[in-house]
Design a protein around this ligand. Structure first.
Ligand SMILES: *Cc1c(COP(=O)(O)O)cnc(C)c1O
Length: 467
């Protein structure tokens, strides 16, 4: 299995190559050269597998034998052993039609752990085999950073620098990052927005000499391995609800478009997914795109669902590439104009084909609190991101009532206690393994959104740990 860049101007790589590289050298994102497609019989044969084994099977379709399924299976069994639920990603029925797929039972209580916990051992395996080390640099709106830090702490061949927008993450999110005092981990609080942090990371990767010197690597959702590791839970939940002999729909709280892209990939692989609902807060660029082909950047507004406070959804480029008939020159040109003009010119035919699969839904903070309250009245405590997903499922279900809707429950309610308290008056307790989070000492460095200063910091952090 080879991977090509969406912008067509970088050498193709194998799975290990894209795992370590993250972003392609031409600024594009890696995508599989061709999609594996499973027959109905092949989907049926996956029913009933324990989650880690199902994940190993799906991931092996994307690794081209390196590592192969026999290596991946024990790796993933161990990766998911730290989860707080024996099913790993349990499906909870909320009403006749709507189900919550709980993806938050990992160590940092958000769905990012589903992929990231597996990325740690994958990095170890590949770097050890090659005798290499890397510096992972990432931007986070809160949950990616903590998941990456938790997955990569104390790993011998990996240094980690995570940028977060100062004051824009929840306290739980920040503390999950800054209280990890392992010497290979560093946190930067950047004076700017999440998009600023993300741009700075992209600029570091575009700085070719710096990138080579530091052996930069990314575990943001632009890393293909993360997308691949998010496909299995869509498969598992669809199979549990009757696929491939019954269609399903998914509602996915969306920020960087990584999670919903994995659902789209499952559909591309032949899983019968009737519809994908993109749920967002008032940062609604994707909803505007789907309703009127208007992908215009606006400024980022803070909300109760900070992991979705994003205007530029990096992973959208992978979908764009597909919508444009896998034309890398057209993709590169469209992305360049989006950057330059603040508006993405998507041809009408491509937009129409997107609207056949995707539907957008946006909800403001007041609506989010009302939905948390409604769910609580039914006996389910949801975090603000998940609540926007369930609201999307209620507002725009597929017209065929026989199609169940699975909402990706992306965070544990205790991760966003303020919103949950405002909506319900309830204190969502942290699971016992995190109970002392507020008492642990923190370590982080404040920096302005300045590339030079940040690169200097990354260099110091990396060299200190090599020495
Ligand atoms: C990251 C995150 C999202 C958004 O996921 P994307 O893959 O960036 O679209 C939604 N909810 C929570 C809780 C998250 O941590």
């Amino acid at each position: 299995m080879r991977y090509i860049s969406t912008r067509g101007d970088a050498p193709s790589r194998d799975f290990e190559g894209v795992l370590l590289a993250g972003l392609a050298e031409d600024g594009g994102l890696f995508v599989p050269e061709s999609w594996p497609v499973l027959t109905s019989a092949e989907w049926r044969a996956l029913r009933g597998l324990p989650y880690p084994d199902l994940a190993a099977r799906i991931l092996s379709l994307f690794t081209g034998g390196q590592p192969d399924e026999a290596v991946l299976r024990p790796m993933l069994r161990q990766a998911y052993a730290s989860f707080g639920h024996p099913a790993i990603a349990p499906l909870v029925q909320l009403d006749t039609r709507v189900h919550a797929l709980e993806l938050f039972h990992g160590p940092t209580l958000a769905f990012k752990d589903m992929a990231m916990q597996a990325l740690g051992p994958l990095f170890d395996h590949v770097l050890t085999r090659r005798g290499e080390r890397v510096t992972v640099v990432g931007a986070t709106s809160g949950d990616t950073g903590s998941a990456a830090i938790e997955a990569l702490r104390d790993r011998a061949a990996v240094d980690v620098v995570i940028l977060h927008p100062e004051g824009r993450t929840s306290v739980v999110q920040r503390r999950q990052m800054t209280t990890v005092l392992s010497p290979n981990i560093a946190n930067l609080a950047i004076q700017g927005s999440f998009d600023d942090c993300q741009d700075l990371v992209k600029e570091m990767f575009s700085d070719a000499p710096f990138r080579a010197e530091m052996h930069l690597s990314a575990v943001n959702s632009i890393n293909w391995a993360r997308i691949a590791l998010q496909i299995p839970y869509y498969v598992a939940s669809a199979l549990a609800l009757g696929a491939p002999d019954r269609e399903v729909a998914f509602a996915v709280p969306t920020g960087n478009f990584g999670n919903v892209l994995a659902a789209w990939a499952a559909r591309r692989m032949g899983l019968p997914i009737a519809q994908l609902l993109i749920a967002s807060n008032r940062n609604d660029i994707l909803t505007r795109f789907l309703s009127s082909n208007d992908m215009t950047m606006r400024s980022v507004e803070p909300s109760f669902s900070p992991s979705m406070d994003i205007q530029v959804s990096s992973n959208f480029e992978r979908l764009l590439f597909e919508l444009l008939g896998r034309d890398p020159a057209a993709t590169a040109d469209t992305m360049r104009r989006f950057r330059a003009e603040g508006r993405m010119p998507v041809p009408d035919a491509a937009w129409r084909s997107a609207t056949q699969v995707f539907r957008g839904f946006a909800l403001d903070d007041a609506g989010t609190l009302a939905e948390i309250r409604r769910l609580h009245g039914q006996g389910y405590l949801a975090d603000p991101h998940t609540a926007i997903g369930t609201a999307a499922a209620m507002a725009s279900p597929p017209s065929d009532p026989a199609i169940p809707i699975v909402v990706a429950a992306t965070a544990h309610p205790a991760k966003f206690p303020d919103a949950v308290r405002q909506a319900t008056g309830i204190e969502a307790p942290l699971p016992s393994r995190l109970a002392d989070l507020y008492d642990r000492p923190e370590r982080f460095t404040r920096l302005p959104a300045d590339l030079g200063q940040i690169e200097a910091f990354v260099r110091r952090h990396t060299l200190r740990n090599v020495a």
